[in-house]
Design a binder for this molecule. Structure first.
Ligand code: NAD
Length: 545
């Protein structure tokens, strides 16, 4: 029962900690890294609040030191998947009936714990398990996740305030019900914040969730589940069900009570999920909401008027930070011939200064890519590009691959003569940037080329000091990116500031961290109440003259 009309605290973006040498925050994070590196933990499933082990385990390793085992995790089989769906279904009535302020407080508490007591825990586990540097872990696992939780609670409140008008004598109301059924959340490895947001956003709306985390981010995701529980999340509201992806997904999606899928990951996997939902459509009592943020082939487009220094810095950060494994990472680029020589010189000079290695050495900008499959894919693409030099490819800069200790791929630039060379079109998801040098006189045609080159439309940006040139890019590339930047790099979106998501093959563009996403987990019901309903079916116009 609610005895007040409450207002959740106004959200503000969580400040980013800098971890400078000599600081207490750096010492504390380093101590936590050491502690976690010395452990080997066992990650159970969490179903209806119970820890479940199956004995069918997989190891968790550090990608930058793949001989170092961080622990093992248990995989769900069919019986555990069915049990998780039952737990979600059983928890639903009480959770949906819980007043908004109680549900909101649980997620605000999780945000506070991430901000304070568990900040090092979540950052260190993201660093060790996903090979993020201290800065990359901080802006993801702590800051972005805190923002997702605080802003989404606020957006949900804003949505609930959205009410229809009423004619005299009536009162129209819209109530924002959770969806009818359970939600299936499937998260990617590359952002701990996304792993938290995919189950949390539907859950705060009153839904219950079966969450399948990624095998490659199990350590941080396990701690995240524990933080949700510590925050007071009732058993069964979010069920943590790691397991073989295709088998788990097939079984969950075939369930008649599926109400929605909240997915982030690659395009091919999302297309399979959508097809499976379609195949099962007659089994459901409703049309499941399908929300997916997927792959990208994100671009930086330079005009000849571009200010070169910020262009170089933006390129380095967007292409190589977190080893190019952000969905928004710049992986193709267009540079006019008039500035190419100067840009190339400065880019290569800066690339040569990039330090790469273990995330526990804070001087490194880069570390290893996530797993062997990724390493193999990247090294193959780099070898292929080297073999095309003199043909489709003009040169390959960098391109060293070494998996002896960790899965390391050095920052790499492929200069493609062919603007539709394979790596100008396909997502590789690693520190490989393909650049096409274009004729500066053909700026407008090259904008069209950029628009048509890839199936994706996630992020992109233009660097231009010439206002008209910048405007032309904004107009011509309207559908080429869901997040577009002018004189800035295409990575680093902030919750509440740049709602995130793309269209075309990049997803349903439901904008994570905005009310547009939250609205997808609600099913509004309109209630009209009449205070004095009519007492005669006849209309005045029907009376005798
Ligand atoms: P992925 O597609 O390999 O995996 C994502 C999730 O899907 C994981 O939990 C995985 O286990 C699961 N999965 C894999 N195969 C499946 C199957 N057959 N059926 C059902 N589920 C399956 O992606 P990833 O490697 O974890 O993440 C990288 C990808 O995610 C990139 O393509 C990147 O662009 C994309 N991404 C997009 C955004 C965005 O906002 N658009 C954000 C982050 C990542």
């Amino acid at each position: 029962m609610s005895l007040g009309i409450f207002q959740v605290p106004d959200p503000v973006n969580e400040p980013v900690r800098a971890y400078p040498p000599g600081s207490a925050e750096r010492a504390s994070l380093k101590a936590e890294l050491e502690r976690q590196a010395g452990l080997q933990i066992e990650v159970p499933l969490v179903i209806g609040g119970e820890r479940v082990t199956t004995g069918n385990t997989e190891n968790m390793v550090m990608p930058h030191d793949h001989g170092h085992v961080l622990g093992k995790w248990h995989q769900a089989g069919d019986a555990e998947v069915d049990r998780a769906i039952r737990a979600a279904t059983d928890a639903k009535p009480a959770w949906a009936a819980m007043p908004f302020e109680d549900r909101a407080a649980i997620f605000l508490r999780a945000a506070r714990l991430l901000e304070t007591r568990h900040r090092d825990l979540i950052n260190a586990s993201t660093m060790l398990g996903q090979s993020k540097t201290a800065h990359q872990a901080e802006i993801d696992a702590a800051v972005e996740l805190i923002d997702f939780l605080r802003f989404n609670v606020h957006y949900l409140q804003e949505i609930m305030r959205e009410q229809p008008i009423s004619a005299p004598g009536d009162w129209n109301r819209v109530e924002y019900r959770p969806l009818d059924g359970f939600v299936f959340a499937i998260s990617p490895f590359n952002f701990t914040a996304i792993a938290g947001n995919l189950p949390a956003a539907p859950a705060m709306c009153g839904n219950t969730v079966v969450w399948k985390p990624s095998a490659a981010s199990m350590l941080s995701n396990h701690y995240l589940m524990e933080i949700f529980e510590e925050s007071g999340l009732p058993p069964g509201v979010i069920n943590f069900v790691p397991g073989p992806p295709a088998a788990v997904a097939e079984r969950v999606i075939a369930h008649p009570d599926l109400a929605g899928v909240h997915f982030t990951g690659s395009t091919q996997v999302f297309q399979n999920i959508w097809a499976t939902v379609g195949k099962n459509i007659a089994r459901y009592d409703r049309y499941p909401r399908v929300v997916g943020e997927t792959g990208g082939k994100d671009f930086i487009f330079a005009h000849e008027s571009a200010d070169i220094e910020p262009l170089v810095v933006g390129t380095i950060r967007a292409a190589f930070e977190y080893q190019g494994q952000k969905c928004s990472a710049a992986s193709r680029m267009y540079v006019p011939d008039t500035i190419w020589k100067e840009f190339r010189e400065r880019l290569v000079a800066q690339m040569e200064t990039i330090a790469m290695g273990d995330v526990r050495d804070f001087r490194n900008l880069m570390s290893a890519v996530i797993h062997k499959a990724s390493f193999d894919k990247l090294s193959k693409a780099i070898e292929e590009a080297k073999s095309k030099v003199g043909g489709d490819v003009a040169e390959v800069i960098g391109g060293d691959c070494d998996d002896s200790k960790g899965w390391f791929v050095s920052p790499t630039v492929i200069v493609a003569n062919d603007p539709k060379y394979r790596t100008m079109c396909e997502e590789l998801f690693g520190p490989v940037l393909t650049i096409h040098v274009y004729d500066a006189k053909k700026y407008e045609e090259t904008l069209d080329l950029c628009n048509d080159t890839s199936v994706y439309a996630l992020t992109g940006g233009v660097f231009a000091s010439d206002r008209a040139a910048g405007r032309l890019a904004v107009d011509k590339l309207r559908y080429a990116a869901g997040n577009f930047y002018v004189n800035d790099k295409p990575t680093g979106s902030i919750v509440g500031q740049q709602p995130f998501g793309g269209s075309r093959a990049s997803g349903t563009n439901d904008k994570a961290g905005s009310m547009w996403n939250i609205i997808r987990w609600l099913s509004p019901r309109t209630i009209k109440e009449s205070f004095d309903p009519p007492r005669d079916y006849r209309y005045p116009s029907m009376a005798e003259e």
